[in-house]
Design a protein around this ligand. Structure first.
Ligand code: C5P
Length: 238
């Protein structure tokens, strides 16, 4: 069955403190996003990758696709929030009806451009669970306790850590389910939400199967993470 990927990369990456968005930072002569794309291109059963970028970085992204010979990629313009960017990416998969790789897939995987260490066995688990259940996602145990604070900066309440998990990527969906969820969801979700699984559950009442991920498949958030990525790639390439 056809499987496509939507890779949101339209963020500004403010938390790294760098002027270049982190997905475009060079790690060992290659932009970070190119490693992430490569991880999907290596998987033979994935035929189409939609990369969603901000308007200002569309030309840059096209030049990366060209320079690093990414053949399964289509570049699409993103939106002001992560949800809007993903929505644009999903739309790009319904526009073509000519039977090309970019026509409507059965399952769509959503991943972050800034998670280059995704592996095929995890992608397979997420894809199969999404096909059978409607939606699936990767989770990790929490390293810190999560607390809610008051607007004045005092403790409001804390959550019981053992009951909660961090929601990671990739996530998988039946394409029709996630498209319907985005069509039904409100402007509120678009502006404030970050969780696609929540949308699928809330608006389509689908099951969301959770799969335990590995700590090695981390997300690049801060500058120090880029140094970690570099040393991991150095090790694997040597
Ligand atoms: O901000 P955060 O790190 O959660 O972003 C996760 C992913 O969503 C990143 O790959 C980022 O580029 C993407 N994103 C996007 N469009 C936005 C905001 C974030 O594609 N407007």
């Amino acid at each position: 069955f056809p499987v496509a990927v939507v890779l949101p990369a339209g963020g500004s990456g403010e938390r790294t403190g760098l002027t270049t968005p982190k997905q475009f930072v060079t790690v060992l002569n290659r932009p970070l996003i190119s490693y992430t794309i490569q991880a999907f291109e290596r998987v033979s059963w994935i035929k189409a990758i939609v990369v969603v970028v901000a308007k200002e970085t569309q030309d840059l992204m096209q030049s990366i696709v060209h320079k690093f010979h990414h053949v399964k990629v289509k570049v699409v313009q993103g939106g002001s929030t992560r949800h809007r960017s993903i929505y644009n990416g999903l739309q790009a998969l319904s526009e073509q009806t000519d039977g090309s790789a970019f026509t409507k897939p059965k399952v769509v995987i959503i991943h972050d451009a800034v998670r280059p260490f995704v592996e095929e066995d995890l992608l397979l688990k997420v894809t199969m669970a999404a096909k059978d259940q409607g939606a699936s996602g990767v989770i990790r145990p929490l390293v810190s306790t999560v607390i809610a604070t008051t607007t004045e900066g005092y403790l409001d309440h804390s959550l019981e850590r053992a009951k909660y998990r961090a929601s990671e990527m990739p996530q998988g969906f039946l394409y029709d389910v996630i498209c319907q969820a985005y069509q039904r969801c409100s402007e509120f979700d678009f502006e404030f939400g970050t969780e696609c699984l929540h949308l699928a559950l809330h608006y389509c009442n689908t099951n969301a199967k959770l799969i335990e991920g590995l700590p090695t498949q981390f997300k690049v958030t801060y500058k120090r993470d880029l140094a970690a990525v570099e040393s991991i790639f150095k090790e694997t390439l040597s």
